[in-house]
Design a protein around this ligand. Sequence first.
Ligand code: DMJ
Length: 456
Amino acid sequence: MTSISLFKLILAVFIFSTFTCSPQQPPIDKKQMAAEVRAEFLHSWNAYKRYAWGADGLRPISRTPYQWYKAPLHMTALDAMDTMILMGLKEEADSVREFIVANVSFDHDIYVENFEITIRLLGGLISSYQMTGDKRLLNLAEDLGTRMLPAFNTPTGIPYVDVNLRTGEIRNPRTNPGKVGSLLIEFGALSKLTGRKEFYDIPKRAVVEVYNRRSAIGLVGTWMDANTGEWLDPDSHLSAGIDSYYEYLIKCAILFDDRDFQRMWDSSIVAIKTYLADETASGLWFGHADMNTGKRTKTWFGALDAFFPGTLVLAGDIETAARLQESCLTMWNRYGIEPEQIDYVKMEVPPEPKWERYFLNPEIMESTYYLYQATGNPRYLEMGKIFLDSLKRYCRLDEGYSELKSVVTKERSDRMESYFLSETLKYLYLLYAPQETLDFKNVIFNTEAHPIRKTW
Ligand code: DMJ
């Protein structure tokens, strides 16, 4: 071999190793990864069962239960049931189902948060009903939906935040597009499955009322008053308070073939790309802007914003999704696990302790799963492994998993939310599970990772 061809060979090897994902890593063994995630699910679920059975959630450090309200709603069991079914934990899922049917009642004199109960409980009941055909779950879902519908009895049709499950009284008109706009997958599916039209029409009207109040440049703000429909905070972004409003626009368009939602998505994505997208030295991000002027207000992005690549995949924009996912990975790698918010220009968490937290959030895993489904690119299998390894390293305990008070110091926080079992581990599992585990193309996940099948 001449020295020139040797040089060319070395160059070729260098280029190959630079531009493939992780040349030193052996290819990901999907079967082994799926088994690992399943084992972590059981590790967490068994901890919940041991220390918090019957409660809404587990505090994994003190090994104590916690309740959201004064009456138990069995949130963790309801939220986690369809993950068990998908993981093939049939006996466990069956016994949880019997427990739920025997013990869950929504006839309580308590104010509950309409959004959280809809995405976790209503969504969980409907998807588990579809997976098992157990009509008793649909009956529970219909009862719950009926009890929550009074939340929409407001001057604007935009629901209040809280509704009393027994009396139907409502309170707390200070709401946001996320809370209002992320109800129709669940209520709409309930409408189709029960034949009750009001379950579709009433939550749909609420979304349209929010959309109609978008600014002249097409953006929505963060907080609004459900009585007057006035904006209380003009901050526009993809983060908490707005995130799943956009997610549900495209998802409802697909799940219900509803053209109004397609139109609302089509105009919203133009505004998002015009005013929120931010090309920086570190890649493509979506930051904050004033909803009226479009002026950039913050160069922040965070754990919750990481849902957006998944949503872009559904909308058919794989290229932007893939670029944003790389930024999400950069955010994750900055501290070895993602913070609640990061300033993507300084590449630091904003200087307030609350932005350093990590709540075991699933959005980055969700987008990884969507991108893998859309592209088949093994890079996403590798990303999933990075996320799982970090979770195990920083959040795993002898019993369950904990949130982090700070991704900088890795100090822990004593809580394991139900969505860790419902979403975070489900998306990681599905990333590696055999394709036949779930018919990805024919389901729409609600924002709590409950897959809803179009049977109508
Ligand atoms: C979940 O309840 C849902 O994903 C919701 O859309 C946002 N918050 C948590 C997870 O981060």
